[in-house]
Design a protein around this ligand. Structure first.
Ligand code: ZN
Length: 74
């Protein structure tokens, strides 16, 4: 993994980098939107939300939700 970009401060409010895949994405709640796009997605179980866990990009969040649901339905 390369971290060349990691020391750079975000230039835009709400600009984050996914902790999983490193993809840049925008957090609506940090940017001052009424609601982040993630609020429209199915909620993750509380045990998936670790304290201090950074936000994930949409693709990773959807993948995590998928994985969680697949495990639940088994
Ligand atoms: Zn990601």
């Amino acid at each position: 993994m390369t971290n060349m970009e990691s020391t750079r401060e975000p230039a835009v409010d709400g600009a984050l980098v996914c902790a999983r895949c490193g993809a840049p994405f925008r957090c609506g709640s940090l940017a001052g939107d009424a609601a982040c796009w993630c609020a429209a997605l199915p909620a993750l179980p509380l045990d998936r939300l670790l304290p201090g866990e950074p936000c994930l990009c949409r693709a990773c969040l959807l993948a995590l939700i998928d994985k969680t649901r697949a495990a639940d339905s088994d």
